[in-house]
Design a protein around this ligand. Structure first.
Ligand code: DGY
Length: 328
């Protein structure tokens, strides 16, 4: 029996690419250059499955290759390399009979670790301190030099309490003795929350008003776009910090710049941005922000596990079974 034809849109870790080539007739992207919308559209027309990443926009036009006059659509599976799938127009995929899968679970720890990294780095001025030293500006230890904010024992507020939010809660509560508050429209049982040292709040505002550090863990998409806006920054405590490892457009970045500039909040640690790969230029000039290039899941172990998860989903799909991580 012939192998399903698969197109992978970016480079994946070598061991996963090797395994893909054993299982499928695969076209890899050796240059690792992002594919254009036209190239993505052609991929869906030519392959049985396309494996995009969270930075490929799989919109209705890309999925519209079956429209009258266009090359007929061949793909039946879109195996996203990522847990977030707001890069995919899921309704359009569904309408065209394309199954969509994602990679939940395997990146929880790496992303929670990175959220804690940002929290510590911005509170303790680690980015600023490193720049200071590298620039040759350090004149020696002194009692008032570059004092930051204590993390241990403070209050962490989580907006969204799914896998990654809970993993961060455990790190903060058991590792740093933090009080943890959260808001989630579908909260876990009080007992499950208590086991992580976390307490539910009935609104986002209730979290913002009490937390020293606010960390965002919602999905992206229309429902959460600009969830953190000027009104909500004003509800945060003066001296509080904002951490974002979810999706860039959950924050109104222009309003964030204003909140940081005016001292409404003390700082921010950001791994994701509204218009990636660009960050709002004013952020680049600020010392009280720590900025990373969307590295939440970027460990070799995790990226291998993500690739293997895409592969498992596709193997199940082409064997006529239910893929373990179908989202549509
Ligand atoms: C995801 O998987 O959604 C991340 O943003 C990239 O790992």
């Amino acid at each position: 029996m012939s192998k399903p034809k698969v197109i992978v849109t970016r480079r994946w870790p070598e061991q996963v690419e090797t395994r893909l080539a054993e299982v499928f007739e695969v076209r890899l992207n050796e240059s690792d250059r992002p594919m254009s919308q036209d190239q993505l559209r052609a991929a869906f027309a030519q392959a049985d499955a396309v494996f995009p990443t969270v930075s490929d926009r799989i919109d209705a036009a890309v999925l519209g290759a079956g429209a009258p006059g266009a090359e007929p659509l061949k793909a039946r599976l879109c195996g996203n390399f990522g847990v977030g799938f707001n890069n995919i127009d899921v309704a359009a995929a569904k309408a065209r009979g394309i199954t969509v899968t994602n990679t939940p679970g395997v990146l929880t720890d790496a992303t929670a670790d990175l959220a804690m990294t940002l929290l510590l780095a911005v509170a303790r001025r680690a980015g600023e301190g490193e720049r200071h030293l590298r620039n040759g500006e350090w004149t020696g230890w002194r009692p008032t030099h570059m004092m930051g904010t204590q993390v241990t024992g403070k209050t962490l507020g989580l907006i969204g309490f799914g896998r990654i939010g809970r993993a961060l809660a455990a790190r903060a509560h058991f590792g740093f003795n933090m009080e943890v508050l959260f808001h989630d429209p579908t909260p876990p049982s009080a007992a499950d929350a208590r086991a992580l040292g976390a307490t539910a709040c009935d609104s986002i505002e209730a979290v913002l008003e009490r937390a020293d550090f606010v960390s965002l863990h919602t999905p992206g998409g229309a429902d959460t776009r600009h969830l953190m806006n000027a009104e909500r920054f004003a509800r945060m405590r003066p001296g509080a910090f904002l951490i974002n490892t979810s999706r860039g457009d959950v924050i109104d970045e222009a309003a964030l710049v204003q909140a940081l500039d005016s001292g409404t909040i003390a700082g921010a640690g950001l791994d994701v941005f509204e218009a990636e790969p660009q960050a709002t230029p004013a952020l680049l000039e600020m010392e009280n922000v720590v900025l990373l290039p969307h590295l939440g899941s970027a460990t070799l172990e995790t990226r291998v596990a993500m690739g293997m998860t895409v592969l498992k989903n596709a193997q199940a799909f082409f064997a006529g079974e239910e893929p373990p991580n179908r989202v549509a």
